[in-house]
Each structure stands twice: as C-alpha cells, then as structure tokens.
Design a protein around this ligand. Structure first.
Ligand SMILES: *[C@@H]1O[C@H](CO)[C@@H](O)[C@H](O)[C@H]1NC(C)=O
Ligand SMILES: *[C@@H]1O[C@H](CO)[C@@H](O)[C@H](O)[C@H]1NC(C)=O
Ligand SMILES: *[C@@H]1O[C@H](CO)[C@@H](O)[C@H](O)[C@H]1NC(C)=O
Ligand SMILES: *[C@@H]1O[C@H](CO)[C@@H](O)[C@H](O)[C@H]1NC(C)=O
Length: 418
C-alpha cells in the first residue's frame, strides 16, 4: 500500500469518527435539556417552600428528604435562591447542604422550627452541615431545635480525652460571606453553631439557649476563620457562650449577653498539633450574667506545638455575678485529663487590653492572670477595671503569676501589685 493511500484512509476515518462524535454530543445536549425541564428542579431566582415539596409540619414525620430536595434545587439554580421553612414543626435527620452552589446566593427563610432527630445512628457528624457555600443567609424568627435533652447523658467528654462527640447543630465549613440573623438555636446536642474555615460571617440578633448544666453545648465556636462578627446576640448555654479557637483572626463581638455559660473564651489553645495563631479579637459592649467565667483566654501547658494568641481588646464589659470575670489561664486542664507536663511547646499570650470592665464577681478572684513561668504573659494593659466580690466571707482580689501588667484607674483590689 502506498503511503498516500493510508493517509487518505486515515483522514476519511477521522472525518467519520468526528462527525459521529459531534452528533453524539448534540444528542447528549438535548438529553440534558430534557432532564432540566422535566425535573423542574432548578430555576433562576427560585423559591422552594418545603411544605410544597411534601414536608409535614407535625414534628413527627421525617422531612429530611423534602428539605434536602429544596436545597438541591436552590443550590442548583442561578440568581438569588430561597428556601422557605414556614411556621410549623419539621423533624429531620442530618442535613447535608454542600456547595458550591450555582447561583449568586442562597437564603434559608426560617419561620418555623426544624427539630433534630434523636436517632443518633442517623448521624455521621453534624445535624445541619453547610459546606463550601458563598453568600448564604439563614434569617427569620424560627428555631433550630437540637432536642439535645434526650441524648446529653450519652456525652462522655468529661471523662475521656478522645470522646466521641455528639452532633453539632449548625455547622458552616468553608463558607464565605454568611449571615445568620434573627433565629433561635435551641438545646443542641453539642455545639450550637460551629464556624470552620470561613471568611466573613455575621451573626446578628440571634438567641442561643440550652440549660446551664448541659454538657459541651457551646453557643458559638469558631476556628480557622476570619472576619467573624457577632452582634446583639443573647447566649445562655452549658459551656462557653463564645469560643474562639485556633486560627481565628479579626473577630468582632459586640452587644452580646452571656449567661449561664462559661463565658467568652479564647481557646482552648495548644491541645492539638500545628494549631494556627489567634489574633485581633475585639469584645465590646457586652454583659456577662452569672457565668462561671467572663473574659477568658485558656491554653494547655503541655501544648503540642507553639501558638501565639495576641492583640485582644476588651472594652465596656459589664460583669454581673460572674465566677472569674477576667481570667488568663495558661495552665488550663479541664477534668485533669491533660497529658503529663514535660518540656513541651508553649502558647504565647501577648498584647491584651482590658478597658472599662466593671461589676461584680461571685468568687473573690475578680482578676486571675495565671501565666506560665516559661512564657509569662506580655503586654497586658488594664484601664478602669472595677470588679467587686459580692460575698461577705472574703475580699476581692487579683491572683497573678508571671504576668506583666500596665494598669491605670484599676481598683486596688483588682490590681496585681496589691
Ligand atoms: C454531602 O453531599 C456531598 C455532595 O452532594 C457529598 O459529596 C458528600 O459525601 C455528602 N456528605 C455526607 C456526610 O453525606
Ligand atoms: C472590628 O472592629 C474594629 C474596631 O471597632 C473595626 O476597625 C474593624 O473594621 C471591625 N472588623 C470587622 C471585620 O468587622
Ligand atoms: C463603661 O461601660 C459601660 C457598660 O458596661 C457603659 O455603660 C459606660 O458608658 C462605659 N463608660 C465609658 C466611659 O465608656
Ligand atoms: C479567700 O479567697 C482566696 C482565693 O480564692 C482563697 O485562697 C482563700 O482561702 C479565701 N479565704 C477565706 C478566708 O475564705
């Protein structure tokens, strides 16, 4: 066979093949079009009411399927997408709201109540987990009810260091520009709201409620996130009202009322290896009421790797019968379950300012700066700190170890130099 002949045959074959391929593509395109119109699932600027998808508002019928269907439609549509949860009680198991979504934004209008199933076998990790979604909003006067009361006894974290954790109620993972506004988050099985690897989260006019003795029911926890704003929010829970974990930066908290609870805490830090620093935290115009701690920074003495906690600014905070109103604790070790000491890595705490912190404490230790001898706290400034112990059997005091403090307008009883 001549070379030329072969070349022509190959050329011809290629033509046939590519024509067939093009036709196949056309058909596939048509199929896709059909799928879209027949499914009637997603549209531009869609609104999906879960009751129109068949969800029953009796608080007993499992509505997981209907809610996830609403999510799939909203997340798959273009423009502004809305999911409506109208008045009524809707029971669901775990809800997996994973993006990225196609449109500009997804808003969940929560007017009714979502109730979390108490069948723990249904959960892999969390109840409502929203992942990789940009411009998400959850707004309304409704409630996310974790129904934790029935399962809190199954929490073993007070006894074991590596306990199995119960489902968190609302989790935002890798979500940029999120808004949670107006809603109530009630009786979570574990944390109420957990923010992880997000940038730009606003929590506004939210109520977070669980009994003071419910285990590990932190109000709002954040980690590896930046530009988090929490404002005009009321939190009463069984653990930290707000906990600011490793890797948090540019956090603004204002107009928050905390209590019962363990206070507004940075940390704990140093429990895990390779934790990132915590910097630029502002807590302003807040009230702590009957909480076990007020403004707290806590870190393990036996940190797994070095971490820096710096640039904290606390201002205009009212303490009302708070256990330890101002406390930096570099020897944090809950339930004495820390691993043994030794010459491990350290957590640095520096540049912390307390301005206009006033009110009462329920223990004599209005101020506790328990810094480590190997890493004393640096750059602690106190201006206008006046906290008084309300009990009669002792006097107000500041307990300080290894802390260098610059003070102005501080009550003698609150001063480390006293
Ligand atoms: C959640 O949904 C995403 C995408 O639909 C899927 O990849 C992921 O495995 C699901 N996660 C769980 C915990 O079911
Ligand atoms: C936080 O508050 C500070 C001071 O009030 C302000 O300068 C900063 O822009 C705020 N940051 C965010 C992310 O809201
Ligand atoms: C101090 O903080 C309280 C709130 O705790 C506020 O009412 C008061 O105006 C603040 N004082 C100054 C001088 O800013
Ligand atoms: C007063 O309080 C301090 C700090 O809590 C404590 O060490 C001390 O024993 C108390 N004194 C009395 C008389 O109770």
């Amino acid at each position: 066979m001549a070379f030329r002949d072969v070349a022509i045959r190959v050329f011809f074959l290629l033509l046939v093949v590519s024509a067939a391929y093009a036709k196949d593509k056309e058909e596939k395109k048509d199929e896709k079009k059909d799928e879209k119109t027949e499914g009637a699932a997603s549209e531009a600027d869609g609104t999906y009411d879960i009751t129109k998808l068949g969800a029953k508002d009796d608080g007993k019928t499992d509505c997981t399927k209907e809610v996830e269907e609403a999510w799939a439609s909203a997340c798959g549509g273009t423009g502004k997408q809305t999911i409506v949860i109208p008045k009524g009680d809707f029971l669901t198991g775990p809800l997996n709201f994973t993006g990225p979504c196609k449109g500009d934004s997804v808003t969940i209008k929560l007017e009714g109540n979502l109730l979390a199933s108490n069948d723990l076998a249904k959960y892999k990790a969390n109840w409502i987990e929203i992942m990789r979604v940009k411009n998400l909003a959850i707004t309304g006067k409704g409630t996310l009810d974790g129904q934790g009361k029935a399962v809190w006894t199954k929490n073993s974290c007070a006894k074991s260091y590596d306990c199995k954790i119960l489902p968190n109620s609302l989790v935002l993972d890798f979500c940029d520009d999120a808004l949670i506004e107006g809603i109530t988050i009630l009786n979570s099985k574990f944390f109420h709201l957990n923010i992880y690897e997000c940038k730009g989260v606003t929590v506004k006019d939210v109520t977070v409620t669980a009994p003071g003795d419910s285990p590990n029911t932190d109000g709002i926890h954040m980690g590896d996130s930046s530009k988090v704003t929490i404002m005009d929010t009321k939190i009463g829970v069984g653990d930290d009202c707000i906990s600011i974990g490793p890797g948090s930066k540019e956090v603004n908290i204002s107009g928050v009322t905390c209590g019962p609870g363990h206070g507004i805490s940075v940390g704990s830090l140093g429990r895990y290896k390779d934790e990132k620093d915590v910097t630029d935290v502002t807590v302003k115009n807040c009230v702590l009421k009957g909480s076990t701690n007020g403004l707290r920074i806590k870190s393990y003495e036996d940190a797994k790797s070095p971490v820096v906690a710096s640039n904290f600014h606390y201002e205009n905070v009212q303490m009302d019968d708070v256990g330890y109103p101002i406390i930096i604790d570099q020897k944090y070790c809950p339930n004495k379950i820390c691993t043994s000491k030794g010459d491990s890595a350290r957590v640095t705490v520096k540049d912390v300012t307390f301005t206009n912190i006033t009110g009462t404490s329920s223990t004599p230790e209005a101020v506790s700066l328990l810094c480590s001898d190997k890493k004393p706290c640096e750059g602690v400034t106190m201006n206008d700190v006046k906290i008084e112990y309300t009990g009669k059997n002792n006097k107000t005091m500041a307990v300080c170890t290894n802390a260098k403090v610059t003070a102005k307008g501080v009550d003698k009883a609150n001063s480390c130099d006293a």
